[in-house]
Design a protein around this ligand. Sequence first.
Ligand SMILES: Cc1cc2nc3c(=O)[nH]c(=O)nc-3n(C[C@H](O)[C@H](O)[C@H](O)COP(=O)(O)OP(=O)(O)OC[C@H]3O[C@@H](n4cnc5c(N)ncnc54)[C@H](O)[C@@H]3O)c2cc1C
Length: 457
Amino acid sequence: MKEISIDRVEPSDYDVIVAGSGAGGLLSALGLSAEGRRVLILEKENHLGGVWYGYHVNGYRVDHGLHVITRVKRGAFARYLTKYLNPPPRFVLHEGWYFQVYDKVGTIPSSIGQTLRWPLTGMRGRLALVKIGAKIKTMRLDEMRKHKDESFLEFMKSRGATNQVMLDVMQSAIYMAAGVPINEASAYEALRTLRDTDKETTRLASLRKLLFGSEEYDEGVAVGGMESLVQRITETINGDYVLNAPVESIVESEGQVSTIAALDTEIPHPRVVSNIPLSVMPRIVDSEQAGVNQFFEKWSHMRPTRGITLWLGLDKVVIGDLKSRVIVCPRPNRWLVSLSSFDPSCAPEGKELVAIAMMFIEGKTVDEQVQMMKGNGLTESYPDILNHIEMEHVQVSYATRAALIPGQTALDRPGPRTPVKGLYIVGTDTAGEGVGLQQAANSADGVIAAIKADAQF
Ligand SMILES: Cc1cc2nc3c(=O)[nH]c(=O)nc-3n(C[C@H](O)[C@H](O)[C@H](O)COP(=O)(O)OP(=O)(O)OC[C@H]3O[C@@H](n4cnc5c(N)ncnc54)[C@H](O)[C@@H]3O)c2cc1C
């Protein structure tokens, strides 16, 4: 794919126009290219990838957000990379999640035996965890679906699972995925997230794992970072892109998409994939039909998740391991990873790049939150760490466009079709299971299938 200016766009050169180049837009374009289609991407910002990209700060290569990708061996996102990129990107798997409760550290127990030895709580808590853990790991998806409009905390309480340490650990795990605390997260999505730490696809396999455990994780960091993933995808897509080109309108005429406009240029085209957040779409879609306007108004309320990431470049290696640590107590929900331990190319030789992430706390300033992230949870484990900082960089951003709350679960979200023929929607606020990049990939799958089914091209 190459960059062009808007005055060079020849609409008949393209089978599909993609508005917005976030993960959903790029993966749709990648899949369509593999089907032999040519695409044009119109992107508002001066880079491709949306919230999924990387860049350099004082000799360190940072990602936009701490990305440890869940499922790098299977699932829709991995399929896009392994099927369409040659050679496929490399991932370094982490050693697992390490939850720190005061001075104790424990992983997510994957078997009954491990649960009974779990160091984070006493025997009563462990027995409660065995009971609820067995229930969750062997629960069928259709059973989980019944709980989509209930909060996870309500679900746990209704089953007598009230051990505080267990709830705190689950809160930390689910917070990162759902973007909200467990009293708001949809029980269906939380249950699915907890089950997804399990790689097994059958109930029998889950049961076997429950009994015998497993040390394997399907989660890792991309070698080359997000920058290299986005760049490799961009190189593989068949088509062109225009940067700094905010789409101003997508026009419906007689039930069909007719024109897309950016930079005062109208581009007539019958097939548009929109990766623009649904919250913005009522201002973009130009239609006289009440049904069309109601559809986009209805979904304009989607509530995003918001995160804050602190990148620290250290003048020597202080942490240096492949763990993914979540600090649960005394100060909750801080996630800490030494990125350069996975991929040394992101830091100058002999130095270390560390990322700390947490959900953004509304009502507190960015500076206050940075101080929280540097706070005791960190220095208790690494007393000297703050003396070795030579680069410090903060990012605040939405991570996904629909928090996993009732009304916004995978079962509720709209798409890939809209009431306008030829206009499809993709992204983390549209139909498709999972969170983050998996969700974007699943939604891209939906768009490609719908275009193929509807296509007369
Ligand atoms: C802090 C952070 C940490 C994360 N960690 C992980 C992780 O560990 N694992 C994981 O799987 N995922 C993670 N993610 C999530 C993942 O990166 C995102 O969920 C995903 O990339 C969002 O994809 P999207 O398709 O919804 O697109 P978005 O990123 O929302 O992209 C939308 C695109 O549309 C463009 N646009 C908007 N309006 C217009 C317009 N009018 N005209 C043209 N273009 C427009 C935007 O500029 C953007 O490029 C993280 C994200 C962040 C920010």
